[in-house]
Structure formats: structure tokens, C-alpha cells
Design a protein around this ligand. Sequence first.
Ligand code: MLT
Length: 312
Amino acid sequence: AAFSAHGAAAQDYPAQPITIIVPFSAGGPTDTVTRLVAQAMSEDLGQQIVVQNVGGAGGTLGAAQAATAAADGYTLLLHHIGMSTAPALYQSLPYDPQTDFAPIGLVTEVPMTIVARRDFEPETLEDLLAHIRENGENITYANAGVGAASQLCGMLLMDALDTRMTEVPYQGTGPAMTDLLGGQIDMMCDQTTNTTTQIQAGEIKAYAVTTPERIDALPDVPTAAEGGLENFELAIWHGLYAPVGTDPAIVERLSASLQTALATETVAQSFADLGTAPVPADQATPDALAEKLATQTELWAEVVAAAGVTPQ
Ligand code: MLT
């Protein structure tokens, strides 16, 4: 036959709406990035893209669901750095990020911010570090569960200060932000895609950004190093994946569409407003994401072990 069944499916692709699983709550940082990209990809592909939020267990529930979805190009996963940290944080993850997915491409790298409710006592990062050392477990710290970026950042912070805070897990930092705004939680470390607007409006306190330089969207927020926290740099990279076994022609089409979406002016501008930027086109590729995932998985295994964290 001139065409295999696969080839025909790839030629017609996409013939129906595509679902992108976001492994965290709606309204949070991963959801925000996904919806911006999905909108532009949808225009490029001429098909509707539905964002499905499957929160829980630090992003591992949504990833597990995507890993076992049909490999037909109609269920995708947009996940972040958690794809590389979860294998070190869980004893038995129900999927292997490196073998159960076909990488499509990198999407963006998002800085983090250390933030607190607006009436939290410490004024500067220096004050905050002293306050944490002094009050430890009396401080409540929101995160999106083991495997989340917010959890990773908090783990590194507690390790750097050699102290514990009381962790309060959510299904995403979207709902955690609601509680931070309401003053029910003391602090969190969260991506600029979720914190920039609230920081700019003065609704929460910001102590530091986790980038080597200050960022344009938040010029008044010092870097962690400026505030006395050395070697505290963290960039939350995001990638788009299909289940392993997806036709390479479909993966190729999705990667091309991702590149088109990231080059869209409105996407770039929305990202910039939130303190981030799309990756260059040559990073929105299967190879670049596979490489990033491999090197980051190795790195975080070492860091987690060095921090003395026992996988759960
Ligand atoms: C989210 O989308 O809620 C976040 O990415 C959670 C996190 O990883 O901290």
C-alpha cells in the first residue's frame, strides 16, 4: 500500500480537537503558560485545543494520565521541571519521564520569586532568612506537592537554611495564591507567571527573584544573591510531550506548531509581561527537550541526594 494507516492519520492530523493535560490547577503558572501557547497553536493547526487540569501529587497524577493516553496526537502533556525532579523524589513513579513520552519541544524558562502575604513581618530577604531561622515550623509555606516547582524551591531554601517550615500542599499554586492573598498562608516560592501581577499591585510581598540578574517585569525585586542567598538560582523550564509511540510525523507537526506559537508577538508579549520569554525556535524541538530532560534528571538526582531528602 502506498500509505500506512499511520501515514494517513498523520496526513489528516489534526482531524479532531486536541487535549493538553496540565498537571496542576487552573489559574496557576503552568496553566497560564499552556493556555497562551495552546491558543496560538490552535490557530496554527486549525483545530480546537482543550486544556484539561489534572492536579495532584505534585504534577505526577496528570503526567501519569498522559503517559497512558492513546498515542494518537490527541492527548498531550505540558509539564515543567517536575518531569526531571519526580524520579528522584518518588520511590516508584508510575511512569518514566524519559521513556514513556515523545518529547515535542521546550516552551519557556520561568524565574521564581520568594513571596509572602502582604503583612508578613520581614521586609527584606535578609530579614526573611533570619525570621525563618528563628521561627521554623511556625511559618506556613504553600506548595503544589512533592514534584512541584514551588516544593523544589522550598526544599532548597530549607536546605540552605538548615531548618524546616510547615509545608501546606495544594493541587497547584493558583489556589495557593488565593490563600496567600487572603493571608491564610505566610509564604511561598512561586513562578513569576503566577506572582508578577500580584507583586506589581502590592498585594503580596516579594523578597527575591531566582535569576542571576534582576528581571525587567520586576525591576525592584532583588536577586537572591543580592539579598544574601548565594547560589540560589532556579529556572523552571517547561516542555510539551506526547505519549511514547506517537507517529513522528505528528510530533514533527506539533513541534513546528509550537515554534510558530512561540514566535507569535502576542505570546512573546504576554510572556514578557509575566517575567519570562519563549525559548528560541531551535529549542522548541524534540531533541532539545530530550536533552534537557536527560541532563536535568541527572542534576536533580544529585541535588536531592545531597540535600538528604528521602524519596517518598
Ligand atoms: C502550577 O501550575 O500550579 C505550578 O507549576 C505548581 C508548581 O510547580 O509549583
